[in-house]
Design a binder for this molecule. Structure first.
Ligand code: MLT
Length: 237
């Protein structure tokens, strides 16, 4: 089982995703929000790349909620943003979430011919690792990053996956990208939130008063689910 880390959507063309498990990672906050919404009973999440499309699909989908952000703030024309704390059971249970975000939903649409596209976050870290170990397919950990630029939070999650595959499942890792992520995680292990306070997106979202979101997004294993993208490009569990 080969494990690689793709640090930016701009690098995805260098990876062959055919037949592999591809884990989409957007810790602050898209993949954390998707995991929270599904864990709280959303029927599915429809990821879309534009606000116009989000509103259009929302209008055509009964029992749906449209949400999304641009540059970390609620997108113009939408009522809900990309905060995982918004999507409580009371709001989202049995509903379809139509979601558009700056980086996360875009990356998801770029992956071709994967065996399965999975949604990863610290909230479902162990569940994702267990799935990958049981499935034994090659893995690409794909970071949504920030507008194609490297980010710490997605790297750290990728590193957590690699670290646990190496240490709990005795997997050998050959790819430099995976070794680097795992080594970074060893520096942050046990204090992920504190470590990420230095990161650009932590600071950006903190400036909007979203500290509670940031703490939530770094909570380990709160939602042991494995969301994946189905043939209709809907995210389900
Ligand atoms: C994204 O997809 O870029 C984000 O998740 C941004 C955010 O909502 O913080």
């Amino acid at each position: 089982m080969k494990i690689e880390v793709c640090y930016s959507p701009a690098l995805l063309h260098l990876f062959d995703t055919t037949g592999k498990n591809v884990v989409i990672i957007d810790i602050f906050r898209a993949t954390s929000t998707i995991v929270a919404a599904l864990a709280n009973g959303a029927a599915k999440v429809i990821p879309v790349d534009s606000v116009a499309r989000c509103i259009e699909i929302g209008n055509d989908t009964p029992n749906s909620i449209t949400a999304g952000e641009r540059d970390g703030q609620i997108a113009d024309g939408l009522v809900y943003g990309n905060s995982p704390l918004t999507f409580t059971k009371a709001l989202i249970q049995d509903k379809t979430l139509v979601l558009t975000t700056t980086n996360g939903t875009r990356l998801l649409h770029m992956v071709q011919n994967a065996h399965r596209i999975l949604i990863g976050s610290f909230l479902n870290l162990d569940a994702i690792i267990e799935y990958l170990v049981n499935d034994q397919k090659d893995v690409i950990l794909a970071c949504a990053s920030w507008k194609d630029r490297y980010n710490l939070e997605d790297t750290l999650f990728a590193g957590a996956v690699v670290y646990h595959l190496q240490n709990d499942h005795q997997m050998s890792v050959q790819c430099d990208s995976a070794i680097a992520a795992s080594q970074l995680y060893t520096l942050a292990k046990g204090q992920v939130l504190t470590f990420l306070k230095e990161s650009n997106h932590y600071k950006r979202l903190s400036n909007f008063g979203l500290q509670e979101d940031l703490a939530y997004c770094t909570t380990l294993n709160k939602h042991p689910i494995v969301p994946y993208v189905n043939d209709e490009v809907h995210i389900v569990i």
